[in-house]
Design a protein around this ligand. Structure first.
Ligand SMILES: C[S@@+](CC[C@H](N)C(=O)[O-])C[C@H]1O[C@@H](n2cnc3c(N)ncnc32)[C@H](O)[C@@H]1O
Length: 251
């Protein structure tokens, strides 16, 4: 392993808190540790991890790593963009990878309300009817807190741009021009389709679109299907794990 590989590996271990996993349960048993390690690997913790800066677990963090490294290696133009950042972990990884490879040109965009999910608007988006994510206080992480999380890793600088507010208000007028990796993690139908409508055209040919909630939320799958139907294409999805998928925008 090179020093770059080792840095990124340690960054992922830290962001997922796999590095201090056994401290999450007092007097942890071997069985508890094995089960916790499995949940953290697959990003399926309930309740949500107390110290990790990401919910997405090792496999989906590794997917972020692989796709960011691929666009850097292949010279696909554009920035890294995450819509739905929570404590910031996946976006911090994106910034860390740019730093590790000495990229001083690309930006990492972190878009979130920084106040949790919006209440559903079933009149506009019936697929979100009854959605209760907006009631989950644990999903509301403030912008100062997310900035602190970037700073903890020495990765808060001008290459990071924060976009604060609900996606339907912020993303259409967001200043990002070109995106190489677009990662959508907003859970709801509205959050997924609004982000696709606002940002898909800014994804470079050869860029990647990651949908975090595709496997676990029918409303998210529906949003992706409806967006593709609107645009008249069917993407060939690559499965990352039990919920994450991605596709590559054709050249
Ligand atoms: C599941 S969390 C994201 C997890 C994160 N990517 C990680 O690495 O752990 C969902 C996030 O999306 C945000 N979100 C969802 N829908 C949104 C919307 N329509 N506008 C703004 N933020 C939204 C929430 O505030 C929350 O922080």
């Amino acid at each position: 392993m090179t020093a770059t590989d080792l840095y990124i590996d340690l960054l992922k271990r830290s962001l997922t808190n796999m590095i201090y996993l056994d401290a999450e349960i007092p007097n942890i048993t071997d069985e508890e540790y094995a089960a916790l390690l499995d949940r953290r690997t697959t990003g399926s913790d309930t309740p949500r991890p107390p110290f990790a800066l990401t919910l997405i677990g090792w496999k989906r963090m590794t997917n972020v790593q692989e796709l960011v490294e691929r666009v850097l290696k292949e010279g696909v133009p554009g920035d890294m963009f995450e819509a739905g950042v929570w404590r910031g972990g996946a976006a911090i990884l994106m910034r860390g990878i740019l730093a590790a490879y000495g990229d001083t040109q690309r930006h990492v965009w972190a878009a979130d309300s920084f106040a949790g999910l919006p209440p559903p608007r079933p009149d506009l988006y019936p697929a979100d009817a009854g959605d209760e994510f907006y009631k989950e206080e644990a999903l509301a992480v403030s912008l100062p807190q997310v900035k602190r999380n970037f700073a903890r890793f020495g990765l808060l600088d001008d290459q990071v741009r924060f976009v604060e507010g609900y996606f339907h208000e912020t993303l259409p007028k967001c200043e990002v021009e070109r995106i190489a990796v677009l990662r959508l993690d907003g859970d709801m139908y509205e959050s997924t389709i609004e982000a696709l409508r606002a940002l898909y055209d800014r994804v470079s040919p050869g860029g990647f679109i990651i949908i975090d909630d595709y496997g676990c939320l029918a409303s998210c799958r529906q949003a992706v299907a409806d967006f593709q139907a609107e645009r008249g294409f069917t993407a060939e999805m690559t499965v990352v794990d039990w919920t994450g998928v991605y596709w590559r925008k054709p050249f």
